[in-house]
Ligand binder design. Structure first.
Ligand SMILES: Nc1ncnc2c1ncn2[C@@H]1O[C@H](COP(=O)(O)OP(=O)(O)O)[C@@H](O)[C@H]1O
Ligand SMILES: [Mg+2]
Length: 288
């Protein structure tokens, strides 16, 4: 006899179904309006390849000003790859090739005249695992302003470091130990230090790739609260595998599937009335 009959425990449907639905007959053209009225960046007809393998297919997406857009979708759908296109972090990956345009102020960031180092100051990044430099708390935050020559003297530098730590919600916790190593902080504090380091060079856009996945729930809540504050002054793109987090922190959500942007819209609409079958199946937990 079937053991599940004996125990009267139904096998959840999702265990029987494949990891991703059969998509042979699914239309993967983006559903929803990928534009916003006042975009900070525009992704246009972007395709990304790792060697022969294509990871991103014909993506168009605007990044709005002073708002948070969340990128969600099953593991391997290309969220990190697309995020890295925005500040040319893919340049550092062997065999990675980007086609199409990523515009900022109507200039293609892939233009040969664009300096990727300056671009990365304008489009900062916060990674999954907090990665403070093996330097003091002060020097972590001072690093960017120093290399970009943003300060005239020590007073200027101290001012920037303090303001950045304050905006990252970390100043009170570290002001008495600025000369101690950044790596000695807790995980959540380290991530806020990395955010302070990113904002110290006054970026316009901040990219966050699953910034809370290595953090406990309390540290996560602090980062989410901080994102709500930061969006008053920055454009934020956050990759998250937590749909609850996307719903809490973002105004717009983009759902990706196997390298395609399947649907984009207001976060409320995506989570309450998704239009594409794949989005619906993902947000209701049928796969992912
Ligand atoms: N450095 C790399 N070299 C080769 N393939 C890669 C590399 N990084 C990612 N990929 C592939 O590109 C696809 C998208 O990956 P990724 O952008 O990391 O997805 P996600 O962030 O949504 O999990 C996957 O198939 C992954 O295996
Ligand atoms: Mg990723």
């Amino acid at each position: 006899m079937d053991i599940t009959e004996t125990l009267a425990i139904p096998i959840p449907e999702q265990l029987d179904s494949p990891a991703v639905p059969d998509q042979a007959d699914l239309d993967l053209t983006t559903v929803g309006d990928f534009t916003v009225p006042d975009p900070r960046m525009k992704i246009r007809d972007v395709n990304v390849f790792y060697g022969q393998k294509q990871a991103i297919f014909d993506v168009n997406l605007d990044i709005g000003s002073n708002s948070v857009v969340a990128m969600i979708g099953p593991s391997g759908c290309g969220k990190t790859t697309l995020l890295r296109c925005l500040n040319r972090m893919n340049d550092t990956i062997d065999g990675c090739r980007v086609e199409g345009r990523v515009e900022m102020d109507d200039k293609n960031v892939y233009d040969r005249k664009m300096d990727p180092v300056l671009l990365r100051a304008r489009v900062g990044m916060v990674f999954q695992k907090p990665n403070p430099f093996p330097k003091s708390i002060f020097d972590n935050v001072a690093y960017g302003p120093r290399i970009h020559g943003l300060v005239r003297d020590r007073t200027d530098l101290e001012e920037i470091v303090h303001t950045s730590l304050e905006r990252a919600g970390l100043l009170d916790e570290v002001k008495d130990r600025m000369d101690q190593p950044g790596t000695g902080l807790s995980g959540g504090q380290q991530q806020r230090l990395c955010i302070a380091r990113a904002i110290a060079v006054s970026p316009e856009v901040i990219l966050m790739d699953e910034p809370c996945s290595a953090l406990d729930p309390i540290a996560t809540a602090r980062i989410e609260e901080l994102i709500g504050e930061l969006r008053k002054n920055f454009s934020i793109v956050i990759v998250t595998h937590s749909m609850q987090q996307a719903a809490r922190v973002s105004q717009r959500t983009a759902y990706f599937h196997l390298g395609y942007l399947v649907e984009v819209g207001s976060t409320k609409d995506i989570f309450t009335t998704p239009k594409h079958q794949l989005t619906e199946e993902y947000i209701t937990g049928r796969f992912g």
